[in-house]
Design a binder for this molecule. Structure first.
Ligand code: GLA
Length: 392
């Protein structure tokens, strides 16, 4: 189904067969490098998981040279090359060059680049009640469940399919989470599609269906450093979050249930602010989070045209804008990174990366005032997030 294209001196699969216009352009010979080098998806082995299953690494590329690598182990983004203001490319996500790097050693608990489910962030006591029935899952972080339990979606091998999305090449991942996995009800069919457009946007489309009422909160847990993975800190980068409110937490990082204004606090990012400028202020929430580790309530939920978050690196000029249909985003400053993990970019130091996990609010099933995370049979869960890269 995928034709082999020889222009670039190495094996590559093109999706020309799926795109008649592209195929025609190539045939007629006016498929210059712009067309030829765009719309490509490469695949190679990424090694074997600790259980002995071979997994693969897929590379999406666009015409301007941006490249994203994704493995079907945990649906993880392993590398993302983005240009700086001088068109110099750098890998801006923390990753590893084989599945071992992600699955073993201290990095195994870090969720690097991973798809998170069934429930992103925390569920108090690993428990929730739905339709009068109480469901209990494992507590893998103190008294709480974090990121789906002891074996969440980040550790699963997903089936992968090369496809297209809005005219762009895409990698579609699928995972069937069986009824009662990590205590969650229902067989949950999850599809996640990664695509890369010609405007340097990495788009992630999530869909899910279930055969029993359940809860879910899906996200991606990439760690970004716009100066380049392995750079020592993100504290000099500037951040804007389109959120007037956030959900404060207790000592175990479970939301108290309150929804508070950011105004007058160090979690106010409504105007572009240097991330490190207030991170060590005397503030109860910052102490509990050990830095920034909070869910922000976005001002334009469901609006994919609104910039939810903007990160700017003054040094390289790289900019990342985040667009999402989700109502919240977890902004986390890598407070648990401690320099014990070495990846493609070198040693991943304390606060050397940030995560922007678009999501429903943590522990929503236990807070009726939060947007609902319930999915019922016959309904399809849909969610989209775009990370768009540019320079200034
Ligand atoms: C999320 C959480 C953090 C931390 C990281 C993973 O961002 O909110 O507290 O657990 O995941 O290390």
């Amino acid at each position: 189904m995928f034709s082999k294209h020889s222009c670039c001196g190495h094996r590559s699969r093109t999706v020309a067969a799926l795109f008649p216009a592209t195929a025609l352009a190539l045939l007629l010979g006016f498929g210059d490098n712009l067309v030829a080098q765009s719309h490509r998806l490469e695949k190679k082995s990424f090694g074997k998981t600790p259980d002995g299953v071979e997994v693969f690494l897929y590379t999406l590329k666009n015409a301007s040279g941006m490249e994203v690598k994704i493995t079907n182990f945990g649906g993880r983004i392993t590398a993302l090359q983005a240009p700086d203001r001088n068109r110099k490319f750098a890998d801006v996500v923390l990753g590893f060059d084989s599945v071992d790097g992600f699955a073993t050693g201290p990095a195994a608990g870090g969720y690097f680049g991973a798809l998170i489910g069934r429930y992103g962030n925390r569920l108090a006591h690993g428990r929730f009640t739905l339709d009068g029935h109480t469901y209990q899952g494992p507590t893998n972080e103190g008294t709480n469940m974090l990121h789906g339990g002891t074996s969440g979606f980040d550790k699963k091998v997903w089936t992968a399919k090369e496809t297209s999305s809005h005219g762009d090449p895409a990698l579609e991942l699928h995972y069937l989470s069986p009824d009662n996995q990590e205590g969650f009800p229902g067989n949950l069919n999850v599809t996640v599609r990664y695509s890369l457009d010609e405007k340097n946007g990495l788009r992630i489309d999530y869909t899910a269906t279930t055969d029993k009422a359940t809860v879910l909160n899906l996200t991606n847990h990439s760690y970004f450093n716009l100066e380049g993975a392995g750079s020592q800190t993100v504290l000099n980068e500037r951040l804007t979050i389109d959120a007037n409110r956030f959900t404060p937490v207790d000592a175990t990082l479970i939301p108290t249930g309150a929804i508070e204004n950011v105004a007058g606090t160090p979690v106010d990012f409504r105007k572009a602010t240097v991330i490190g400028s207030r991170i060590n202020e005397e503030n109860e929430q910052l102490k509990l989070g050990k830095g920034y580790d909070f869910n922000f309530v976005l001002n334009h939920p469901g609006d994919l045209s609104a910039v939810a978050v903007k990160v700017e690196d003054p040094k390289s000029g790289r900019v990342m804008e985040v667009f999402t249909t989700e109502p919240g985003v977890q902004f986390y400053t890598g407070n648990f990174l401690n320099g014990t993990v070495r990846g493609i970019g070198g040693v991943y130091a304390y606060r050397s990366a940030l995560c922007l996990e678009t999501q429903h609010f943590p522990d929503s099933p236990n807070h009726p005032n939060f947007p609902s995370t319930v999915l019922r049979p016959g309904k399809t869960f849909r969610s989209t997030t775009i990370y768009r890269f540019s320079t200034e």
